[in-house]
Design a protein around this ligand. Structure first.
Ligand SMILES: NC(=O)C1=CN([C@@H]2O[C@H](COP(=O)(O)OP(=O)(O)OC[C@H]3O[C@@H](n4cnc5c(N)ncnc54)[C@H](OP(=O)(O)O)[C@@H]3O)[C@@H](O)[C@H]2O)C=CC1
Ligand SMILES: CC(C)(CO)C(=O)C(=O)O
Length: 298
């Protein structure tokens, strides 16, 4: 399969690098990293290891591919969609956090698949990416249901030894992941604590409330996600990732823009479309945005 990876940062470089062992992969990213990959290849280290030689470029448009993976941060999704509209790609798959697929779907006239990734990735330096945890990619159609395209993409991932599930219930899975991120990411980023701190702390009430609100909005959107399931998902992920610094906390640590708009902000926006109040998500989003405005981001 010819695969374009749009956003060769941590996750895109890891997944694109793994795919490059069996597929024809082009990484689209920033200058120092892509020129190192072009010259000497890419080293994958950590929980997975390989040396691979995908094509790598800073050129965003004019590519021809069977599949484009979108792995930019959520706030760069609209720009990625614009660039992909000037490419000849047959299908698009997002592996981002937050509700980004709708942004791609509204701007592109090719099928957009939804995906989630629990692999951990860290770009250590130009031409070198660390796999910090073997997780799983789950992908499927945006509206749910079976799809030959999703099956083909799932097989392409599995052929590259990426643990992958093709799921017919992506709407529920996306909203459950959103509930987890709305609770854990925002609270850990504001409290500056590892995920495990939410196990035995009053802050876990805030995370649970944010997740329950998210589940309520999912149901208003026609997605069956009971409050209990969202709450249990928070508890399970806190336990499984106790030592993690959430991606949002890592952004705050690095004084970088967070993905709040596509996580808590998205919950607030969609709630407003239903005339529904989500005070916990609204408060978390306001505090994170205040931090972003006040901090002088890099
Ligand atoms: N890292 C992880 O372990 C995981 C990440 N995710 C999700 O995946 C997404 C990506 O995360 P992550 O890989 O950590 O983020 P990174 O910031 O490491 O990667 C995104 C990369 O895309 C680049 N980029 C943005 N716009 C363009 C463009 N127009 N042309 C070329 N390159 C561009 C960015 O460059 P620049 O910074 O210079 O703009 C950056 O290098 C997020 O939604 C995240 O939540 C999900 C699961 C795990
Ligand atoms: C699951 C969780 C909360 C793990 O840290 C995550 O997705 C993130 O940090 O973005």
């Amino acid at each position: 399969m010819r695969i374009l990876v749009f956003g060769a940062g941590s996750l895109g470089t890891l997944v694109g690098g793994l795919l490059a062992s069996v597929h024809d992969v082009t990484l689209v990213g920033r200058g120092r990293h892509t020129s190192r990959v072009s010259k000497t290849g890419l080293d994958i280290v950590g929980a997975a290891s390989a040396h691979v030689s995908p094509a790598a470029t800073t050129t965003e448009t004019g590519h021809d591919a069977d599949l484009a993976l979108v792995t930019v941060k959520s706030f760069d999704t609209a720009a990625a969609a614009e660039a992909l509209a000037a490419c000849d790609v047959d299908a698009v798959l997002s592996l981002q956090n937050g509700l980004t697929e709708e942004v791609l779907d509204a701007r592109l006239d090719v099928p957009v698949l939804a995906g989630t990734a629990t692999y951990g990735a860290r770009l250590v330096g130009p031409g070198r990416v660390e796999c910090t945890g073997i997780g799983r990619v789950v992908l499927g159609t945006l509206d749910g249901g079976a799809s030959p395209l999703a099956e083909r993409v799932g097989k392409a991932f599995r052929d590259a030894d990426i643990r992958t599930l093709v799921a017919a219930d992506m709407p529920r899975r996306r909203w459950e992941k959103l509930a987890v991120n709305a609770g854990i990411n925002a609270v850990t980023a504001l409290a500056r604590v590892e995920n495990g701190a939410l196990a035995a702390d009053e802050a876990s009430d805030v995370a649970h409330r944010a997740a329950r609100e998210t589940a309520r909005i999912a149901r208003l959107e026609g997605v069956r996600l009971p409050n209990r399931v969202a709450r249990e998902a928070i508890d399970r992920v806190v336990k499984q990732t106790a030592a993690n610094r959430s991606s949002m906390l890592q952004d705050v640590d690095a004084k970088k823009r967070t993905e709040v708009d596509a996580i808590n902000g998205a919950v607030v926006d969609i709630a407003a479309e239903h005339d529904f109040e989500v005070p916990t998500n609204r408060t978390l989003a306001a505090l994170l945005r205040a931090w972003e405005r006040g901090e002088g981001l890099r």
